[in-house]
Write a protein that binds this ligand. Structure first.
Ligand code: SF4
Length: 149
């Protein structure tokens, strides 16, 4: 029986293939604690873990593994547990993926990456990214309106 092993060595399995997706994980050299943050600084640590995931070449495989195996804790594939639960409820929703990746999308847009490239990175349609961006802007404008009132 072959069991997939997460990239950071959080679970060990000697039966895993020598060069599967975990071999290419960006987080291999990162403290695993960052990906399982608890306590008063957890929000900041989760954000840091997600930043590690942003440029990871095996992000999709990692997220797929986490969803397939029902990982309930930690950051996997750039998403925290709440974001993965949202996707798990509707795994075919490109919108769910786009909304769960707001920070990544906004970072990429700030770096002048095209919507199509962002969509390709996330493995979803570019229309879903375009709609999500409109939703982010509407939400931000709503917050600014409330603050100005
Ligand atoms: S997506 Fe994040 S958690 Fe997954 S392998 Fe890459 S860096 Fe590690």
């Amino acid at each position: 029986m072959t069991t997939m092993t997460p990239p950071t060595g959080r679970v060990r399995n000697s039966a895993a293939p020598a060069r599967d997706w975990r071999s290419y994980a960006t987080c291999r050299e990162t403290d695993p604690e960052l990906f399982f943050a608890i306590g008063p600084h957890s929000a900041r640590e989760i954000a840091q873990a997600k930043r590690v995931c942003v440029g990871c070449p095996v992000r999709s495989a990692c997220l797929e593994w986490a969803l397939d195996t029902g990982q309930n804790h930690g950051v996997w594939g750039g998403l925290d547990e709440a974001e993965r639960r949202q996707i798990a409820r509707n795994p075919f929703s490109h919108r769910a993926v786009a909304l769960a990746n707001q920070e990544f999308i906004e970072e990429q847009l700030a770096a002048k990456v095209s919507l199509r490239q962002i969509a390709a990175e996330l493995g979803i349609g570019h229309a879903a990214v375009r709609h999500a961006v409109a939703e982010f802007r509407a939400n931000r404008e709503g917050v600014e309106e409330v603050q100005a009132a």
